[in-house]
Design a protein around this ligand. Structure first.
Ligand code: SF4
Ligand code: SF4
Length: 324
């Protein structure tokens, strides 16, 4: 175990600045009989990752934009304007999804609720090629699950790895890790990839959290004119949110970091870039700013066009280099 810089973590909670591994032993019991039942949901500070949104919107039978408007609030994740989301609470800080009997979306509760009072932390050391997944502990007065009187006869000391299994977090981590990696890469890339434009931040938000909107963007004539997606992939994207999210990660890696995995339409790209120069210029001059999800300018075609332009220009520059 070591000391961790956890200053970037999205919790107002009292997290303990100590890195924990999967072998770390814990004795903790959370069940309807604990003296503090629901106390954590009455002081909710829950950051959502993209796969959490998929599970919750499906559970609530809402589109992603309906879910975002009704159940979340945006917050700025870092100094570069990356927008994350947290579960909305009422004025007493109670989670809107809490009932007197407990969590109303228990089977689809977010990853942070499953981990609590622990948390997952992605770490990328400057000199390391890959990132690491570690854990941290949250210590809050209201949580009594560590206290003997709340233990059940079957409560045993287990490792954090075993605790993860009891909470079913593996599936969440599987689909959220690429998002954590995108954030780490964005953080560690710093000035080498430049300050992200407002449009690229908006597309980052759309392609990770607002997947139904992202789907409309992919199906838009502008997107289809630039990228080559085969029929199978297109079908998967339209019918399966997880495939849509995975495609979103690929799209973001391409437009943000130049990691090309999505084929563009060659000459058509150059032609389209030329045709749309005036529109892009006009839009750029309009200096869109992220205001709220109700803002009509928060439109997939408007945001996406700017980001696709950058991808097309990169493509053109590479083609020109090859011709030399
Ligand atoms: S989603 Fe469920 S578990 Fe998480 S804070 Fe809300 S009520 Fe509690
Ligand atoms: S033991 Fe902790 S996690 Fe469980 S209900 Fe109480 S406060 Fe919430």
């Amino acid at each position: 175990m070591g000391k961790a810089d956890v200053s970037h973590l999205p919790y107002e909670s009292a997290f303990v600045p100590e890195i924990l591994t999967e072998d770390h032993k814990i004795k903790f019991a959370c069940h309807p009989g604990v003296s503090c039942f629901n106390a954590c949901c009455k002081q909710a500070d829950v950051m959502l990752a993209p796969y959490d949104v998929i599970r919750l919107k499906q559970h609530l039978n809402l589109t992603s934009d309906e879910f975002l408007k009704q159940y979340t609030v945006p917050w700025e994740m870092d100094g570069d304007g990356i927008i994350g989301i947290k579960l909305k609470t009422n004025e007493d800080k109670h989670c809107l999804l809490m009932t007197e009997k407990g969590c109303s979306v228990y089977d689809d509760r977010p990853s942070a609720c499953r981990y609590y009072p622990f948390g997952l932390m992605g770490v990328k050391h400057t000199e390391a090629k890959t990132d690491e997944q570690n854990y941290f502990r949250i210590e809050e007065e209201h949580c009594k699950g560590h206290e003997k009187e709340n233990f059940l006869p079957e409560t045993k000391e287990i490792t954090l790895g075993e605790y993860r299994k009891t909470q079913g977090v593996a599936e969440f981590d599987q689909y959220n890790l690429d998002w954590i990696r995108l954030m780490l890469k964005k953080k560690s890339a710093g000035p080498s990839v430049g300050t992200p434009s407002t449009e690229s931040l908006q597309v980052l938000f759309m392609a990770t959290y607002d997947l139904d909107r992202f789907k409309r963007f992919i199906l838009s004539p502008n997107f289809q004119a630039v990228y080559n997606l085969d029929a199978t992939l297109l079908e998967e994207i339209q019918t399966n949110d997880i495939e849509l999210l995975k495609f979103g990660y690929r799209f973001l890696r391409q437009v943000l970091f130049g990691e090309k995995t999505i084929d563009t339409k060659g000459e058509a790209v150059a032609k389209r870039a030329e045709e749309r120069q005036d529109i892009w210029k006009a839009r750029h001059e309009a200096e869109m700013e992220y205001a709220s999800l109700n803002d009509p300018r928060y439109d997939p075609e408007v945001m996406g066009d700017e980001v696709m332009r950058d991808d097309m220009l990169k493509e053109q520059a590479e083609a020109a280099k090859k011709e030399k």
